[in-house]
Design a protein around this ligand. Structure first.
Ligand code: HEC
Length: 321
């Protein structure tokens, strides 16, 4: 029996379709097996173009390698043009080629109405609990009790600090052997307090200013331990990790950031971080950690005190005040 040989033309078509299918669906399906990810990894468009171009070149070499190969390839085309497959099919093919080319050209040049890029809302508030708006930083305006207690501690030289800095202060005291632990701070309000203690007459005002310095110191230390990697030493959103995020850590010295929001809102943002943001805060997820998981309420407030102070900003005053 005469074995029927497959012509060169169908082989070319089959190879083109097979290579395309392999790159388009085969490789992504295989990638899923290899990576065991829940989604396939598509072949990038440029690589796809590369594969197809190489395939076409290889097929061209194969077809034009010999006179016989070329005439074998051209035979069905010539037969079609001569009407060997019927006039109807010839008309369809001859019409389809310019139509497809025309459609492609049209599709590439037609102006499109694009969906406007959705802009991220910097201070989304749809899920901000209104009750938090009136919150005040308890360390900004310490009450009389707090101040009196601080005066007692200062007089008895028994001022204690948050445990994160206590070890450093103890080590310093061991080395220097100061008369008073508050000598650790070489700032005016604290020097004034120590002088008043020596003189035996301490005013509430002086003690309040000194206590503020202590809180600021603790807040700065907590800031350096927790926030500096992203928000930076300069609080300008330029910490060593900042470049790694598409949505950059906020620059607190910028006029459009923490200055435009009330303290209660800042507290809420720090407390809930990126995971606490509503959908209008997308696109791009915020890398800001959920600080309620690792910092106490007092620690968060102290950091916020230091954050505004370092940025030389004041929070917005809540409406109705
Ligand atoms: C892993 C990096 C990272 C760390 C660490 C980090 N942040 Fe952020 N923070 C971000 C990013 C990114 C944004 C901007 C996106 C957003 O609004 O959530 C941001 C935004 C903020 C905002 C919102 C400011 C505004 O005007 O809306 C505040 C407040 C803030 N951070 C405070 C802090 C504090 C306080 C700490 C430390 C306790 C901290 N951040 C630690 C990444 C970080």
């Amino acid at each position: 029996m005469n074995k029927k040989k497959i012509g060169t033309f169908p082989i070319v078509v089959i190879v083109l379709v097979a290579v395309y299918a392999l790159a388009k669906w085969g490789i992504p399906a295989f990638s899923r097996q290899v990576t065991s990810l829940p989604f396939p990894l598509p072949v990038p468009g440029t690589l796809m173009f590369f594969y197809m171009t190489l395939t076409v070149i290889a097929l061209f070499l194969m077809v034009t390698f010999s006179e016989d190969g070329l005439s074998d390839f051209l035979r069905p085309i010539k037969k079609l043009l001569a009407g060997g497959y019927g006039k109807v099919l010839r008309a369809i093919v001859l019409l389809a080629i310019p139509l497809v080319a025309g459609w492609q050209a049209y599709d590439m040049t037609v102006p499109r109405a694009l969906v406007p890029a959705s802009l991220r809302i910097q201070h989304p508030s749809s899920n901000f609990p209104v009750a938090m708006e009136a919150l005040n930083n308890p360390f900004e305006k310490p009450g009389e009790d707090q101040i009196t207690e601080f005066i007692e501690q200062a007089k008895a030289n028994e001022v204690s600090f948050i445990q994160q800095v206590q070890a450093d202060i103890d080590a310093w005291a061991e080395e220097i052997d100061p008369d008073h632990v508050l000598e650790f701070f070489a700032v005016e309000p604290i020097k004034k307090l120590l002088a008043e203690i020596d003189a035996g007459e301490v005013s509430q005002e002086t003690a309040k200013a000194a206590l503020h310095e202590k809180y600021l110191f603790e807040g700065r230390a907590l800031y350096a331990m927790n926030c500096r990697p992203c928000h930076g030493d300069s609080v300008a959103g330029d910490g060593p990790m900042a470049d790694g995020f598409k949505l950059r850590p906020i620059n607190f010295t910028d006029n459009g950031t923490i200055e435009t929001i009330v303290e209660g809102y800042t507290f809420w943002r720090v407390t809930n971080g990126g995971p606490g943001l509503p959908t209008e805060a997308t696109p791009w997820d915020s890398a800001m950690p959920e600080w309620k998981l690792s910092l106490t309420e007092d620690e968060r407030w102290k950091i916020i005190l230091a954050e505004y102070n370092l940025a030389q900003k004041t929070p917005r005053i809540p409406e109705g005040h």
